[in-house]
Design a protein around this ligand. Structure first.
Ligand code: GTQ
Length: 361
């Protein structure tokens, strides 16, 4: 936004004078200020995200994440996570907008203590086969490509029951949002560990095949009772959809992880998708309010975000700030490519802030 845009009737266009500056000083002493000095900045014509497009390469992050295994004990760190920090959002520990993400590593046999907090969390597994998390008593076993949620207020603890390899999974949380609203609470579990119920992946067994089990309508919490989505089923669903439809011009064949009871987003503050780009497919550009953090789940491609070319390969993470133009392309001519992503669209939608525009031409 240029100053020239604002030099019009209807925008603030007061020029400073010595008299006004003295007045601003007086206002400041009274913990007050003149709106017209900041009006055009605090009410921009369109969103002015402080976040910038960033690509975090897994090949670069992985050795750094593995280093943390030896440097800090899990029990001292609480959770051993390398967080991804947008240069425009450092103070908020945000990857984009009000979304946090990080790579958590757990060595063979390690487990973390149980806690709960106001922030909602989600996981996308990068590598390792022994990962588990207990969410409100349900033990979830998760492997590469699996997606799982830890809705706000649920007790959770994690571990790796594998014997040789560390587990690396990606955490996505709405911590910056919760803090922006001054709503953060945190509790350590009184027993430090939960007693898990006997059947692992109970909710995955309960909500299979797009069939609703008896009693599902009684579920009254604001998040999905289904807590994990294995990669194989997700990928199969995308391939099936690709057979049946063209998909979105902007996102290729895209599906949202949903609450099976309501059909809505998995949690009230964050939604998540998996999308498939056909071999060689290039999408059209669009932009929308809301921030998105993407992870390349399969293949190799490029996304152009606010004019920046971000070339990704499996494991890489990148972000699309709110209102930034973006388009995706699969650079492989024979294999499909998949992008996992999570977003704050549920917040945008529930507050009436969601807007979308397609590029002309
Ligand atoms: O596992 O709940 O990466 O509370 C950051 C904060 C993970 C978690 C993170 C958290 C968690």
């Amino acid at each position: 936004m240029t100053t020239q845009d604002d030099n019009m009737l209807g925008r603030a266009r007061v020029s400073d004078t010595p008299e006004l500056e003295a007045y601003y000083g007086e206002l400041a002493t009274a913990e007050a200020g003149a709106l017209w000095t900041v009006a055009n900045r605090i009410e921009p014509w369109y969103p002015q995200p402080a976040s910038v497009p960033v690509l975090w390469r897994y090949a670069e992050l992985r050795p750094l994440v593995r280093k943390a295994l030896d440097l800090v004990k899990a029990e001292d760190a609480g959770r051993r996570v390398v967080m991804l920090v947008n240069p425009g959002r450092r103070e908020l520990s945000a990857a984009a907008g009000l979304l946090y993400t990080g790579l958590q590593i757990m060595g063979p046999g390690e487990s973390m203590t149980a806690h709960r907090h106001q922030a909602s969390a989600l996981r996308f597994v990068h590598e390792g086969t022994g990962a588990w998390t207990v969410v409100d008593g349900e033990k979830l076993r998760v492997g590469p490509g699996d997606f799982a949620i830890t809705p706000n207020g649920t007790w959770h603890e994690h571990g790796n029951e594998g014997t040789d390899e560390p587990v690396i999974w990606q955490d996505g949380l709405d911590i910056p949002l919760v803090n922006a609203l001054d709503a953060g609470f945190y509790e350590v579990h009184p027993d430090l560990y939960q007693q898990a119920r006997p059947v692992p992946n109970e909710s995955v067994l309960t909500y299979g095949g797009n069939l609703l089990p008896y009693g599902a309508e009684k579920w009254a919490r604001p998040y999905s009772p289904l807590l994990a989505w294995p990669w194989e089923r997700t990928y199969q669903a995308l391939r099936d959809l690709a057979e049946a439809t063209e998909g979105s011009p902007y996102d290729g064949v895209i599906m949202e992880y949903t609450n099976p009871v309501t059909g809505g987003s998995v949690m009230p503050t964050m939604g998540a998708h998996m999308q498939l780009l056909r071999p060689g497919q290039a999408t059209r550009a669009h932009r929308h309010t809301g921030s998105v953090v993407y992870t390349a789940a399969k293949g190799h491609g490029v996304s152009v975000v606010a004019g920046q070319r971000l070339e990704w390969t499996k494991g890489d993470i990148f972000c699309v700030p709110s209102w930034a133009w973006h388009e995706h392309a699969n650079l492989d001519e024979s294999e499909d490519a998949c992008l996992f992503s999570f977003n704050d669209f549920p917040v945008m939608r529930s507050l009436g802030f969601y807007r979308e525009e397609e590029q002309e031409g």
